[in-house]
Design a protein around this ligand. Structure first.
Ligand SMILES: Cc1cc2nc3c(=O)[nH]c(=O)nc-3n(C[C@H](O)[C@H](O)[C@H](O)COP(=O)(O)OP(=O)(O)OC[C@H]3O[C@@H](n4cnc5c(N)ncnc54)[C@H](O)[C@@H]3O)c2cc1C
Length: 562
């Protein structure tokens, strides 16, 4: 039975950064991932990572932009930490081997990103996540004596002792189907986002909200769940992302009348207003009949010099050709707002601690909350690294004063029983893929850029019905080797829990703030709603709503214009 000081579930940027920090702090570490670590979804991150590192920039300016971007729902103490620590983190990455772009003077070069008052996004062409992830993985190899890697292991359940401490997890070796109990003094969830609860999404198939649901099921509160980011530039057909880096490099948005419509909505920042503002503007143009017949808007990247596009945006050149049949260096590409990121997640403090002793969360699974109502582009990679590191350090420190727990043997029998139940389901009921599609399409219809009470009530009713149907969805593969059917059945349950938490929080917030725009409550209402909404399960399969205060340090809420 593996036992470690610190167990990390998830090996994207947050998980790997946490593992390195915990190992550096002297802990024995296990890092576990349902896919090979460098296939974690962080590999898809394109445009870059923010830091106020240039001499003319300041962390205060970065923090204010982030607070404003969050529509004043982000906790300012956490945002201050993230922005203060950002420059050192970029330098650490650079020294570890990340080949950030350099400008003509040989210094680290930046590009502009949305909602930022300075060009402070550091990047590696449009493969920034891949570049960082591979360097962290190399560093992990160097720690092979203290970091055990469990690659292609799927965590099914978090474990607690009688006192309520989180003491490990049960995981399935995907290659063999064998279940194992992992004991740990501290557990860090770094299992990423939940984009697959929507269809389409920019997120990979593996982003199924596992960690959010697992924490929720053992009583950890979720926070800011209503805040779902729709990215302004995704391909209508399949949700593929065209990075904000394109607009950062100078691309324009046009409606079908040829109007550069952002002049109306954000006269100062235009295409580089924050994402919620640009997505709403596009959706308004489409809804009011000024979009193209396929329900899209045109993104014109030909404004960027061709040589620069081929050098700095080469991945989206390929995406344009392969998935839309468009040469973006020569003609506009059609895009629309698409589900991209979840600002909410497992509520943590700024050392990653959740209210459950021994359980930490970092990265997209967590809600610190540094993004509040709307995340600024290129602040997520930063969030994963800063709070991944801080969680790793704190979890290692906690482990030093804790005895190694031992989970009761019965947990394995229970977990095996749950798998057997899935494998032995009689055929005839709905397929998992059908339920998943209905869930995704429902969320994308009713819980998207614009929402109202009627649509949210329909979404809630559908999600509840799907929750009843999911436990009888039969699977085809009854085997043990790489049985993705079993995993899909478990993931479906996670997505439904996450979706329900999103819907009830969106129903509860009767105002418009950040990514939550309620057409029936179109104004921001600080008097009644300047607080976080929390969602807890607390034993019953019915979400219980609560609130948490927003921390304001130096920036009082103002009207938000770009
Ligand atoms: C297309 C795209 C482009 C983006 N570009 C940018 C950008 O340029 N800048 C920016 O700041 N942000 C960007 N983002 C957002 C950013 O990439 C993500 O928020 C971030 O990488 C999430 O990292 P993470 O470590 O939290 O999770 P992930 O990288 O998703 O890793 C999750 C890990 O958890 C593991 N896991 C999940 N469930 C289980 C389970 N049940 N058992 C075991 N392991 C499990 C997975 O295998 C994986 O290792 C982008 C997002 C997308 C979709």
């Amino acid at each position: 039975m593996p036992a470690h000081d610190v167990l990390i579930i998830g090996a994207g940027l947050a998980g790997q950064r946490a593992a390195l920090a915990a190992a550096d702090a002297g802990a024995s570490v296990a890092i576990l991932s349902k896919v090979h670590p460098v296939r974690s979804h962080s590999v898809a991150a394109a445009g870059g990572i923010n830091a106020a590192l240039n001499a003319e920039d300041t962390w205060e300016s970065h923090a204010f932009d982030t607070v404003k971007g969050s529509d004043y729902l982000g906790d300012q103490d956490a945002i201050e930490i993230m922005c203060r620590e950002a420059p050192d983190e970029i330098l650490w990455l650079e020294h570890a081997g990340v080949t950030f772009h350099r400008n003509d003077t040989g210094h680290l070069g930046t590009r502009a990103f949305g909602g930022a008052s300075q060009a402070r996004t550091y990047y590696v062409a449009d493969i920034t996540g891949q570049a960082i992830l591979h360097v962290l993985y190399e560093q992990l190899m160097k720690h092979h004596e203290t970091v055990d890697r469990y690659e292609e292991w799927f965590t099914t359940t978090l474990l607690q002792d009688d006192a309520g401490n989180c003491v490990g997890c049960v995981a399935r070796d995907i290659r063999t189907g064998v279940l194992e109990v992992f004991n740990a003094k501290s557990v860090i969830l770094a299992s990423g986002g939940a984009g697959q609860a929507f269809k389409p999404t920019t997120n990979a198939l593996i982003c199924t909200g596992d960690g959010i649901a697992q924490a929720y099921r053992i009583g950890a509160p979720l926070m800011d769940m209503e805040m779902i980011q729709y990215h302004p530039t995704t391909l209508a057909e399949n949700g593929f992302l065209i990075t904000e880096g394109a607009r950062g490099e100078g691309a324009h948005l046009y409606n079908a009348l040829g109007e550069r419509f952002m002049e109306k909505y954000a006269p100062n920042k235009l295409e580089l207003a924050s994402r919620d503002v640009v997505s709403r503007a596009e959706q308004t143009e489409i809804n009011e009949g000024r979009g193209f017949p396929d329900g899209t808007i045109a993104l014109d990247i030909t404004k960027v010099p061709r040589k620069r596009t081929l050098e700095a945006l080469r991945e989206i050149v390929n995406i344009g050709k392969d998935f839309a049949g468009v040469d973006i260096t020569r003609e506009p590409i059609h895009i629309k707002p698409g589900m991209h990121y979840i600002m909410g997640g497992v509520k943590t403090d700024f050392d990653g601690q959740t209210p459950i002793p021994g359980l930490y969360a970092a990265g997209e699974v967590a809600c610190v909350s540094v993004h509040g109502g709307n995340r600024l582009g290129a602040n997520s990679l930063l969030d994963t690294l800063i709070f991944g590191r801080r969680s790793g350090e704190h979890a290692a420190m906690r482990a030093r004063g804790t005895a190694m727990p031992k989970a009761p043997g019965s947990v394995l029998t229970d977990a095996q029983g749950e798998i057997d139940e899935i494998v032995n389901r009689p055929t005839g009921a709905r397929r998992i893929s059908e339920i998943k599609n209905e869930l995704g399409e429902t969320m994308n219809r009713y819980v998207a850029v614009y929402r109202d009470a009627e649509g949210l009530a329909i979404a809630h009713e559908i999600v509840r019905r799907l929750k009843e149907e999911a436990p009888s969805a039969a699977i085809d593969d009854k085997g043990t080797v790489f049985n993705q059917d079993v995993l899909a059945a478990i993931e479906l349950g996670y997505m439904l829990d996450v979706a329900e938490a999103i819907v009830v929080a969106a129903q509860e917030r009767r105002e418009s703030r950040g990514a939550q725009f309620r057409t029936d409550f179109p104004e921001r209402n600080d008097a009644d709603w300047l607080h976080h909404i929390t969602v807890s399960r607390n034993g019953a399969d019915v979400p219980a709503l609560g609130t948490a205060p927003v921390t304001i340090t130096q920036w009082q809420p103002q009207a938000r214009t770009y």
